[in-house]
Ligand binder design. Structure first.
Ligand code: GAR
Length: 224
């Protein structure tokens, strides 16, 4: 990985998506409107109908489709995906609503340079239907987390989280909307940190400016 602190080369990012790509859009806007030393070098989707592909094309970013249905096994798909990703020589792989379980070999290949956003305050609600589950549990707070990807699903070290209060009138849809809004704030923040060489992973510990990240730094205040 190029070291952003010692080189003028922008961080090369490949984004993986499966759907609408609003998080991708937040990154496109960030890179267009700020001085973050990062470049989106490709967007790859496992679904040809993902709207995020259009967002990429409109922004002039190479948009590629690799359909998982064309492969016999998860391992075969992930091997092809890895080959495609590595064509772009990425420093960072960003999972932005990429709705696939990843094989261990694939995850290990990108250890320490692959991040994900998950719609819950991890370690709560790994997996699917997080908004519904938070409501059913009677939680008063929900949120989202950006974390490094490890071989255990939604369990890698957390870099940044944002919470949203749950109101009595909330539905899974209203909660999803509120969480999305926070996602669009914390994902660009993490990309900024990584691009500037401020955040890295050492063993299982997230470092911010060379020190283990504190609980306080890991928790972003909700913005409207
Ligand atoms: C986001 O809410 C993200 O947290 C979630 O998919 C959505 C993608 O939205 N990811 C997961 O659930 C991964 N486990 P987007 O396509 O509009 O960015």
């Amino acid at each position: 990985m190029s070291d952003p602190t010692t080189s003028n080369n922008p961080l090369r990012i490949v984004v993986l998506i499966s759907g609408s790509g609003t998080n991708l859009q937040a990154m496109i806007d960030q890179i267009h409107h700020t001085e973050v030393p990062a470049r989106l070098v490709a967007v790859i989707s496992n679904r040809a109908d993902a709207y995020g592909l259009q967002r990429a094309e409109q922004a002039g970013i190479p948009a590629r489709v690799l359909n998982h249905r064309d492969y016999e096994s998860r391992e075969a798909y992930d091997t092809a995906l890895q080959t495609l990703i590595d064509e772009y020589r990425p420093d960072l792989i960003v999972l932005a609503g990429f709705m696939r379980i990843l094989s261990d070999d694939f995850v290990r290949h990108y250890q320490g340079r692959m991040i994900n956003i998950h719609p819950s305050l991890l370690p709560r609600y790994k997996g699917l239907n997080t908004h519904q589950r938070a409501l059913e549990a009677g939680d008063i707070e929900h949120g989202c987390s950006v974390h490094y990807v490890t071989t255990e699903l939604d369990s890698g070290p957390v870099i940044l989280q944002a919470g949203v209060p749950i109101e009595a009138s909330d539905t899974p849809e209203s909660l999803a909307q509120k969480v999305h809004q926070q996602e669009h704030c914390i994902y660009p923040q993490v990309i900024d940190w990584i691009a500037r060489g401020r955040v890295s992973l050492q063993d299982d510990t997230v470092l911010l400016d060379g020190q283990p990240i504190s609980e306080q730094q890991r928790r972003c205040q909700a913005k409207n």
